[in-house]
Design a protein. Sequence first.
Length: 408
Amino acid sequence: MKSIIPDYLDEALAQVASDASGHLADYIPELAAANPERLAAVFATTDGRLYGAGDVDTAFTIQSISKPFAYAMALDDAGFDAVLAKVGVEPSGEAFNEISLERDTGRPRNPMINAGAITVHALVGSPQLTPAERVARVVDGLSAFAGRRLEVDEATCVSEMQNAHRNLAIAHMLRSHGILTEDPTVVVDGYIRQCSVQVTARDLAMMAATLANGGVNPLTGDQVVGARVVRQVLSVMATCGMYDTAGDWATQVGIPAKSGVAGGLIGALPGQVGIATFSPRLDPHGNSVRGISLFERFSSDMGMHVMEVPATTRTVIRSNRASGSGPDATRVFELQGGIRFAGAERIVREVVDTAPTEPRLAFDLAMVSSIDDVARRMLREVVYRLRSEGHHVEIADPESVMGDRVRA
Ligand code: GLN
């Protein structure tokens, strides 16, 4: 059988193909020369499977889609405190290139607007790095997210640098507030190199899948950044990734996302899939017009809104039954699926409500696919309490989802 997903993607592209609204970014001359008809969509699963349709191998510059990844690198390299001291996490409700900083602290409001991203660029790597070494660290990091070697597109880089008046103005303002401590021109040069890294829709989908996969690149298996960093990055993408349309996006699409002025758009659906689209014509906010349509479609067709999560808790108890008699009488709780706080609460409640009288109790975890820290602690406590009440408790845990301590 042929997979149904590429057909779905073909169909989705066909539905948006005729929309010629929007304009190419023209403040970077090289981008104004792009072919506006290019159109692609790619899904990358968290186990590394790619599904694509359209111009999936066309190269374009990453632009602002580099921002969440550089933010991840800065958090990893410099630590949360150092980064948060210089760049906030509040949606600005302003355009990506707005010349504005927080009134009292002089901090850029978030790392997704240019002011924040220019500051973040300077925080990547150790403070001792030369500007060229910092750019190399950024390109290496972006490559690790993509799972292949990426390069800077010199033509776009030069073209943007020659017209970087606005970003230079922002950087000078950051320097005057002491947020930047280096030469503003040098930092903007590095930031523009970061924005000029060449990618394809395939690369972007894999980069997004790495975020969706807790920071582990699904292709290479490398832990590119830690899970705590990923949580921070996805949160900021969800609230600030689409600039002054972040609220519309959060309600309509509900996938942490980031756009770039070359026409790329990524979405990372935690635990499920990385998505990328490419279509160069932009709306007045600088977001890809057909990219947005595609994401709206994906979200509603496939139930991808992060706030729309099925209740898995009802099914965590597969069965609750008594077996044997006399001193061998056993109460068996058979658990299943993924267990988090709400699932663990259902289990605690089931045990309490059952008030087992059997001398032996057994928890069968053979069908449990995952259990998080909180749920694990709650189950351990249940076992501890049952044992202190005099029950003999056994745990069948063939996949070791509980860790070893509880079995003793
Ligand atoms: N390099 C571009 C800039 O700084 C990136 C903007 C974007 O993609 N939104 O203006």
